[in-house]
Design a protein around this ligand. Structure first.
Ligand SMILES: C[S@@+](CC[C@H](N)C(=O)[O-])C[C@H]1O[C@@H](n2cnc3c(N)ncnc32)[C@H](O)[C@@H]1O
Length: 260
């Protein structure tokens, strides 16, 4: 994939060690465990997604989530990020946070927005015991009001709405983020034909397996995603985010500029 020349290069990941691998395995176990209460599907889905998708470990290894803030997860599915953040809080409280990792994203309030009632039900059942309790709003991201927040996370979701709705949502995200806030947006790069087509097919199959109707999707080349964010006043850094998968996914780390 070719990254736009106008933006800064990717930051390097901190080196992985036996200690950080063990810490990640422990976080994975802890974050998946609550989903047993939501049934076999929810538990297996959590294990596969948190285990194989590089984005979750990358977010914490790059220190991209805030601490003591409000994180809004749009298209949150069954709320895996809420469970991961709670597991991070617990690991840190037990004094087991690896010294090689950046400061943990502790004490965040979490709001998940999700269209599908079945996913919200799985999330609420699994995570009912967490303190503070994560909030879930079942609704369409095109309409649900966004609270003032410190980070917005949108992973593999924006392509479900048309181009005008994508722009309108990103405008509202820029308005909701507090100064210094950050949008973490993962998208596919439509210019990387093979990876993009594979991700579209996998997306369709997973949507069907989760019991949902397969909707049309609206992709863009990476340059167009970056330009769209810049129009909303964001400074953007793209990071390849499909390591270990056949996809063409990119995490766009977008920070509010002065004009947002
Ligand atoms: C590919 S899944 C990603 C789930 C989650 N972000 C993750 O990475 O684990 C996309 C999610 O977006 C949700 N979604 C799609 N259109 C939506 C909309 N208009 N409003 C809210 N959520 C939506 C889907 O129901 C699904 O849960």
């Amino acid at each position: 994939m070719t990254l736009p020349a106008s933006v800064s290069p990717s930051t390097a990941l901190p080196q992985r060690t036996a200690a950080t691998d063990a810490a990640w395995r422990a976080l994975h176990e802890a974050a998946c465990a609550p989903y047993r209460q939501s049934g076999r599907f929810a538990w297996h889905f959590a294990r596969g997604k948190l285990g194989r998708d590089p984005v979750f470990r990358n977010l914490l290894e790059r220190g991209q989530l805030p601490a003591q803030g409000h994180v809004v997860d749009i298209g949150c599915g069954q709320g895996l990020l809420a469970s991961l953040m709670a597991s991070i809080d617990a690991m840190h409280a037990q004094g087991r946070w690896p010294a090689h990792w950046p400061a943990p994203p502790l004490g965040n309030r979490y709001t998940g927005i999700e269209l599908m009632p079945r996913d919200v039900a799985r999330a609420e059942t699994a995570l009912a015991g967490l303190v503070p309790k994560p909030g879930f709003v079942c609704g369409d991201m095109r309409e649900v009001p966004l609270p003032p927040c410190d980070a917005v996370v949108i992973l593999d979701v924006l392509h479900y709405v048309d181009h005008a709705a994508q722009a309108a949502l990103l405008k509202r995200v820029a308005q909701a983020l507090r100064p210094g806030g950050r949008l973490l947006l993962r998208v596919g790069d439509a210019d990387s034909r093979r990876g993009f087509v594979i991700s579209q097919w996998v997306d369709r199959i997973v949507t069907m397996v989760r019991g949902h109707r397969v909707p049309p999707t609206y992709g863009r080349p990476l340059r167009a995603w970056v330009a769209l964010l810049q129009q909303q006043g964001f400074r953007v850094q793209p990071l390849p985010m499909s390591q270990g998968t056949p996809f063409a996914n990119v995490l766009l780390v977008a920070e509010r500029g002065d004009s947002a």
